[in-house]
Design a protein around this ligand. Structure first.
Ligand code: CU
Length: 176
């Protein structure tokens, strides 16, 4: 029930577009607002994430969400081994619909999806796990984030870790 109350209080898409940038944290003792501070877990970028400096990469990918649905635009992505840049966009129009994109080893999407719920809002639903290879920020409607990840050949999974979304928002990333 708390979840639905929260959704009802997050404002309209118009409100979101007026001030898309989160306010910086003033002191560490202040608990970040999970709705407005999209950089709350910036330090948890994942064990294979690389700072995006605009560097050359082997593969550039884009991924989005299908409108207001709990669904990625792609069920499968492929890339060359090495540096991969992924631009992820939350295409929802509804202000309360949040999504991220998290890359994990194949078969770990269920574990991370469940762990994300336990991690909670204060962690932006991103568990501090070595299986989180790379993650975008938790995006509100209309927002985008880019991640760069350095992956060896293998089969990976991607998912959204907003509570419950992993059941429908998951796909395969094949790196060769
Ligand atoms: Cu989602």
């Amino acid at each position: 029930m708390m979840f639905f109350l929260l959704l009802a209080c997050t404002g309209s898409p118009t409100d979101e577009s007026i001030n898309p940038e989160p306010l910086p944290l003033v002191t560490p003792s202040i608990v970040p607002d999970p709705i407005t501070d999209v950089r709350a877990v910036e330090g948890v970028l994942g064990s294979r994430a690389v700072a995006d400096t605009g560097q050359a990469v082997g593969t550039s990918l884009t991924l989005g969400t299908v409108g207001d649905r709990i669904r990625f635009t792609e069920a499968a992505l492929s890339a060359s081994a090495g540096l991969i840049r992924i631009r992820f966009t939350n295409n929802a129009a509804a202000g309360a619909m949040q999504h991220n994109m998290v890359i994990v080893p194949a078969g770990k999407e269920e574990d991370i999806g469940v762990a994300a719920i336990a991690a909670g809002e204060s962690a932006r639903y991103l568990p501090d796990s070595p299986d989180v290879l790379a993650a975008t920020e938790m995006l509100r409607a209309g927002e985008s984030d880019t991640l760069v990840v350095d992956l060896p050949p293998g089969t990976y999974a991607f998912l959204c870790t907003f509570p419950g979304h992993y059941l429908q928002m998951r796909g395969t990333l094949t790196v060769t």
